[in-house]
Design a protein around this ligand. Structure first.
Ligand SMILES: [Zn+2]
Length: 244
């Protein structure tokens, strides 16, 4: 591997914030990018720490683009259950193979997040090779967003807003309300130093498979809690009026 690529893979990992994540709204995306900077090795902290406000603020740019750029939406998720059952072997992990098998339009329809993370990694690596500071910052902030999304169970399931199981609103609940209520008190953002990832493609697919595996639990727990506490209480949670 070329020298320039190594710190980028480190960056890739550090931005891979593996906590019990579900899905992320603006608040959580900013937090993820912010704390990721502190996990970097010192040689990289000198670059990112002075720009931590930019890295945090622009974590949400990909979501802001979603309604203006038609190609943007599918970069944030993959409805992997469309391809059968775990571990979804019918879906080739290589982009070209997946497109050859299903056609580009179809692959895009069901979401492309694991491939787009790799595209962003190539762009970021190139930006470092070019020593292009503004591109380095932009792609660093944005790859953090897509990696965050890849860790979200509801971003790896076609029932992403509980629309098939009478759980509408669960997406925003997990994405925004839960982190807003609990991040400061309950979440641990210091999860150890960033480590070098030899095979980023394999790594991100493993994370997506984990997300897909966890999506059933997210939906199931919400159902159980609704049963236990009643739908009234849950509606408050989903609409963001609950005080935990
Ligand atoms: Zn997103």
């Amino acid at each position: 591997m070329k020298r320039a690529a190594k710190p980028l893979i480190l960056c890739f990992l550090l931005l891979t914030f593996y906590y019990e994540s579900f899905c992320w709204g603006f608040y959580a995306h900013r937090k993820i990018n912010y704390y990721a900077v502190f996990l970097l090795p010192p040689e990289m902290v000198v670059l990112y720490k002075p720009n931590i406000d930019f890295i945090s603020e622009h974590a949400i740019d990909p979501d802001k683009r979603r309604y203006g750029v038609p190609d943007e939406g599918p970069r944030h998720y993959i409805d992997i259950d469309h391809y059968g059952s775990y571990p979804f072997d019918s879906l080739p992990r290589k982009w070209k193979d997946a497109v050859d098998k299903f056609g580009e339009d179809s692959v895009k329809t069901y979401g492309i997040v694991p491939w787009h993370v790799q595209t962003m990694l190539f762009r970021l690596t190139d930006a470092f090779k070019e020593k292009n500071f503004s591109k380095i910052m932009k792609y660093s902030a944005e790859i953090g967003h897509y990696i965050g999304d890849a860790h979200v169970p509801l971003h790896a399931n076609s029932n992403h807003n509980g629309q098939f199981t009478n759980q509408k609103g669960i997406h925003g609940f997990w994405e925004s309300r839960v982190p807003e209520l609990l991040a400061e008190k309950e979440f641990n953002f210091f999860i150890g130093k960033a480590e070098y990832i030899k095979n980023p493609g394999e790594y991100i697919w493993d994370r997506v498979l984990e997300s897909a595996k966890a999506s059933d639990s997210v939906l199931l727990f919400e159902k159980q809690l609704t049963k236990e506490f009643g739908d009234d209480k849950n509606i408050h949670l989903k609409t963001g009026t609950a005080q935990l």
